[in-house]
Ligand binder design. Structure first.
Ligand SMILES: [Zn+2]
Length: 714
């Protein structure tokens, strides 16, 4: 954050640490410094899985030796010899993980997964060795509690705090029997989280609904084909398999005319992990909640949620609850309206029944076709993949002053011929910023969905600004040579979303690696915000053009897309919020003797959950919060980030230059992108907006009436 790159000298602290080499050429390649242009780039063209295990082991050994050198330093602890020194550990292992990421997400194989299974426990053991290194923690603690803190810059103070907190909130402050109990709980939780996930998977694979040719009414051709193939692969050729996953359940419930079958498929899906058999998750949930509670009590917290949220933007469970409870009444009121509209259709058709949960998607689709008359195929004709990428570059140029130049000379190695690379520079000064990798197309072994990642982050630890290596990945279907790839509006939105993550990484100006880290209820803000530039006039007129005629997408079609965006918000907001509220209540309650089944039922009854909807994720298959701790007491984070997104978007909408207003753009980039985690996100937002984010913009986005509060007057 200094204007000049820093050069943090830690002397010869690591002089005694041996270099990480194995004698195995494949492993050494994965450990070796990057070579070539732009301060070096990964050797993606020379990665060989045969070297992975040895490289991981050598990388871990090197990291541990560095950590030991810091912990055993006879000099008294200082910011440089402890905090900065820690920032400088683990380079080799970090490089191995770059290749690991490619093997795990872009180029997976049974061979890789076997290594992953073998190495995961070893990697977790490695992490524990560092977290539980008491000598190391005592040094960190000394710096954190010393007067030196007052002399440090704010970003340096935050680095010290993040480092200290990383240890303290993971049990380092404990000793003796408590410390042992803490580790025991973690070990048991790791097993329970895995068991939970495996049980859900078993029920997804184990319960399949088979139907025959007379039961296909209403289903789209593509769905029928996939269901036939799914049955054939299960040795039930001639039948149709409705598998027990969201991607199968959702379209079936949306389109199938067979009400009884809709009920069967619905019940099967929402009973995952709740069938009273060997894959039932209820007892596991109860044990997880009790162990989590016991663990945070050791650290002196009132409950798990309080511990979890202390370093989130929301800070306290009550603030997260306040947000959810403010939106909840509007969402459930909208459900009542949606149900009334659907019931009118049922009644007009002479159906003698009331809308049940398995009818919701089906009748919503009828309302949608009726009301919005939006032909998704017509929209696609204006959404060409290449043009959308050019549109993203245009937006990055306007907001970030970035220029993207294709690198076609082969100087930057890639892992597959479809992967393309661009150099990112400052438009005015020409200064190099980083390299952007794009892996756009689906192929076997590649994870589904879309994601952003990086292979090197910005810092200035060695006295130079690091060149950022950032990447976007998606699963578009490759077109015939020379044909444009046409995508849906949702996919175009996701394309912009992931590019928002990339811009967040590329714009970083922090001095220390740790200050690039994310905050769970804040990390989706930057990416969600970038989605808002897709429907701007500049993008529409120049990039959303018909692939044959070159005509921009008609205003009327854009208006339809915008109108349809508030559709079905009663359903989607309510099913989401029900899960988020139950998650938070679980982690704020005393879990002694808890019965998850009745807890869930009673909590929903207390909230006034509409009968026609269930939680998006019912407890026995709520993997976000029980397959690990990534989103436990954190599922609210999606909405938290969305409040910021909606509110920040209105700052642009209100500005003289709209979404391309130079002053607002500069403030956005300076205050909310470049600083990454070097400043508390709440303070950063305050700097940008001059006030805290308010929920009114989110309510407007979702088409909900504004809550009756003073702030809505503004
Ligand atoms: Zn994202």
């Amino acid at each position: 954050m200094s204007s000049e790159p820093i050069n943090e000298d830690i002397g010869d602290l690591f002089a005694g640490v041996e270099a990480a080499t194995t004698g195995d050429a494949n492993a050494d390649k994965l450990l070796a410094p990057y070579e070539g242009p732009y301060q070096g780039v990964p050797h993606f063209d020379e990665m060989n899985l045969d070297g992975l295990k040895a490289a991981l082991e050598a990388g871990m050994e090197k990291s541990l030796a560095e950590v030991d050198a810091i912990a055993n330093n006879p000099e008294p602890p200082t910011f440089a010899n402890t905090i900065i020194a820690l920032e400088k550990t683990g380079d080799e292992l970090g490089r191995v993980f770059t290749y690991w990421g490619i093997w795990s997400s872009n180029m997976s194989s049974p061979e890789f997964r076997a290594i992953q299974g073998e190495m995961s426990p070893k990697l977790s053991e490695f992490q524990s060795k560092i977290n539980q290194n008491d000598k190391l923690f005592q040094r960190v603690k000394t710096v954190y509690e010393s007067d030196v803190m007052g002399d440090l810059r704010p970003d340096q103070q935050r680095l010290v705090w993040l480092t200290y907190d990383g240890f303290a909130s993971n049990g380092a402050t404990l000793d003796g029997a408590e410390k042992m109990r803490y580790a025991e709980i973690n070990k048991r939780l790791a097993t329970l989280h895995t068991d939970f996930a495996n049980n859900v998977l078993a029920d997804e694979e184990g319960y399949v609904t088979y139907i025959n040719a007379d039961q296909l009414g209403g289903l789209p051709e593509s769905f029928i084909k996939a269901a036939a193939a799914a049955a054939e692969s299960r040795e039930r050729a001639g039948e149709y398999a409705i598998t027990n996953t969201r991607s199968s359940m959702d379209p079936f419930l949306t389109y199938s005319d067979e009400r009884d079958l809709r009920e069967t498929v619905w019940r099967t899906y929402y009973s995952r992990g709740d069938n009273g058999d060997q894959h039932d998750n209820n007892a596991i949930i109860a044990e997880i909640l009790q162990l989590r509670d016991e663990r945070v009590k050791l650290l002196g917290y009132e409950n798990y949620a309080a511990w979890r949220l202390q370093n989130r933007m929301a800070k306290t469970p009550d603030r997260a609850l306040d947000l959810m409870e403010a939106v909840w009444p509007a969402a459930t009121a909208r459900v009542a309206e949606e149900v009334a509209e659907m019931q009118a259709i049922v009644d007009a058709e002479g159906g003698d029944f009331e809308i049940a949960p398995w009818d919701y998607r089906y009748y919503m689709e009828k309302v949608r076709q009726d009301k919005y008359d939006l032909d998704s195929d017509e929209v696609k004709q204006y959404l060409q993949l290449d043009k959308l990428r050019d549109a993203m570059f245009f937006v990055a140029g306007e907001l970030f002053n970035f220029n993207f130049t294709p690198i076609n000379d082969g100087s930057v190695p890639v892992w597959h011929e479809d992967v393309k690379v661009w150099e990112v520079t400052d438009k005015t000064s020409g200064k190099h910023i980083g390299v952007w990798y794009l892996d756009p197309f689906a192929r076997p072994g590649k994870s589904s969905g879309a994601w952003a990642t990086g292979y090197r982050s910005h810092d200035t630890l060695d006295g130079v600004e690091k060149s950022v290596l950032s990447s976007n990945n998606s699963n578009f279907i490759k077109g015939a040579p020379g044909e444009p790839v046409l995508i849906s509006w949702d996919d175009a939105t996701t394309y912009f979303h992931e590019f928002g993550h990339a811009l967040h990484a590329l714009s970083s100006n922090v001095d220390y690696p740790t200050l690039n880290s994310g905050v769970r209820d804040y990390t989706e803000f930057q990416s969600q915000l970038l989605e808002r530039w897709l429907p701007t006039d500049q993008v529409i007129d120049n990039y959303l053009v018909h692939h044959e005629t070159g005509e921009p997408i008609p205003d009327a079609l854009v208006a339809k897309i915008k109108a349809a965006s508030t559709f079905n918000q009663g359903f989607s907001t309510t099913e989401y919020l029900a899960s988020a509220l139950v998650d938070m209540r679980y982690h704020m309650s005393d879990p002694t003797g808890i019965d998850p089944d009745s807890f869930e039922r009673e909590t929903l009854a207390e909230l006034g959950m509409p009968d026609e909807i269930v939680m998006r994720h019912r407890s026995p298959h709520f993997g976000h919060i029980f397959s690990g701790e990534g989103y436990s007491a954190g599922y609210y984070g999606y909405m938290w980030a969305d409040v910021l997104t909606a509110d920040a978007a209105e700052a642009f909408a209100e500005a003289p230059g709209g979404f391309y207003d130079k002053d607002v753009a500069k403030s956005l980039v300076d205050n909310l992108f470049r600083v990454r985690n070097s400043i508390d996100p709440a303070d950063a937002y305050l700097k940008f907006r001059g006030r805290e984010a308010r929920i009114e913009a989110l309510m407007r986005d979702r088409g909900f009436p504004l809550p009756d509060t003073d702030s809505s007057e503004n």
